[in-house]
Design a protein around this ligand. Structure first.
Ligand code: HEC
Ligand code: HEC
Length: 371
């Protein structure tokens, strides 16, 4: 089981923790009963105390965040209030009665570097509570005000498949996917995820799997940050957030590396890999590769942790090429080797897609060729 899932389950109020995966404890994840924990306690297996007591991996970082109690991480259902709505409409994404028109205050944005999701089309939205600011005192790991909501919709060939929600409440982050019906008129909560939805090959992750990536940063949002919102694109950008006074410590300008190819390559790695491969991410206790870009290390590509922990650095414990990146030689680089693999635990990323991202591999290879 992933540590992220433990963190999620165990920090949800001080409920006891199960030794089972969420998928094997349906009562912990699928009941619609919003009642407090005690009535359901009998359905949750008695728990080993080790996990209940274990701190989350980034507990100290969390403590430094904006939330007031220990239950600030990833609230899961049940038994907390407010309960997660059963339908997407009730989450407040759309204007009442609509499945197209956004509710007031919901803003579309595009991250500069998308996560590869087997060529699914994606749309994303953010809603900050009125009058609040994002805490950007740490420009590399933003903290969001309670009440922040974000959504990400996945579609293929114009057909909506699922819309994911991340919602920061007083109790912590709620996270779940809603799956659309065939007619595209309503989307219903899917705590356990689903495979091959609406006749496509697209899989929806279960609630417990969101954390594998989203717990890799201080405050959960991965595409809403200084690197990802730099540059000009449609929708909400870093520049707009600065202009609107939405950042507690606004930067003076967008961020980028001087070299465009290097910026695109390291931006791709930041989005697709840095969520696990950074000091707060789940891979870091096994290996020190750090692919999360820091805004104060962008004067030259050689200053970045991404470069310093991969170019000419030996692989830790895996088969294949000698170095994570072999300068000038993509075919001898562990990174390309692992990105090209699919269907094995060694595929990188290990979840979230079934097909290799050929464009991504080409981009990283082109950059390695220049080294
Ligand atoms: C394989 C890693 C991974 C998994 C698993 C994952 N996400 Fe994400 N998610 C990302 C990345 C990376 C981004 C930002 C880039 C993008 O949007 O393409 C993101 C973006 C989002 C966003 C937009 C806000 C933001 O963080 O930028 C939402 C909402 C979201 N994910 C919800 C979920 C939910 C809910 C689940 C589980 C059902 C989930 N995600 C599972 C990696 C993941
Ligand atoms: C969901 C988390 C996650 C994501 C996202 C992820 N990785 Fe990993 N990665 C791991 C874990 C855990 C390991 C250690 C176990 C292993 O080697 O398989 C690892 C190991 C590696 C290694 C071996 C390094 C060494 O020193 O042995 C490479 C190379 C690698 N990842 C590259 C990538 C690349 C490139 C991406 C993005 C395209 C990526 N990873 C995305 C979790 C992740």
């Amino acid at each position: 089981m992933r540590r992220g899932l433990w963190a999620a389950l165990c920090t949800t109020m001080l409920i006891a923790c199960s030794d089972e995966d969420a998928s094997t404890t349906p009562d912990a994840g699928s009941t619609d009963d919003p009642a407090p924990v005690s009535p359901d306690a009998g359905t949750v297996p008695p728990e080993p105390t080790r996990d209940a007591a274990a701190p989350t991996m980034d507990a100290s970082a969390e403590d430094a965040g904006t939330m007031a109690n220990d239950a600030q991480v990833d609230a899961e259902q049940p038994p907390v209030e407010p309960a997660l709505p059963d339908t997407l409409a009730e989450t407040g994404l759309y204007a009442p009665g609509s499945t197209e028109e956004l509710a007031p205050g919901v803003l579309a944005y595009e991250p500069a570097y998308a996560l590869w999701s087997d060529a699914a089309d994606k749309k994303r939205w953010l809603q900050l509570p009125e009058g609040t600011q994002i805490d950007t005192s740490d420009m590399d790991y933003w903290s969001f005000p309670v009440g922040t909501k974000s959504w990400k919709e996945f579609s293929k060939d114009g057909k909506r498949l699922e819309t994911r929600l991340l919602w920061k409440t007083e109790l912590g982050w709620f996270r779940v996917a809603y799956i659309w019906n065939e007619a595209g008129t309503t989307a219903t909560i899917a705590r356990d995820g689903a495979e091959n939805v609406l006749g496509t090959a697209h899989d929806v992750p279960e609630q417990g799997d969101c954390g594998a990536c989203h717990e890799g940063v201080t405050d959960r949002l991965l595409g809403v940050g200084a690197v990802q919102l730099s540059g000009s694109r449609p929708g909400l950008t870093l520049g707009q957030l600065i202009a609107d006074g939405r950042l507690s410590d606004p930067p003076v300008a967008d961020f980028a590396l001087p070299d465009e190819l290097a910026w695109n390559a390291l931006g791709y790695l930041h989005a697709n890999c840095g969520t696990c491969h950074n000091p707060r991410g789940e891979a870091f206790d096994r290996l020190d590769m750090d692919l999360w870009l820091r805004t104060d290390q962008l004067a030259a590509v050689g200053d970045t942790e991404s470069y310093k922990t991969s170019v000419g650095v030996a692989l830790t414990d895996t088969e294949g090429p000698e170095n994570r990146i072999e300068p000038g030689s993509p075919d001898d680089s562990g990174m390309i080797f692992r990105m090209s693999m699919r269907g094995s635990e060694e595929s990188m990323p290990p979840l979230g897609s079934e097909q290799a991202d050929d464009d991504g591999i080409t981009l990283i290879s082109d950059w390695i060729d220049t080294l």
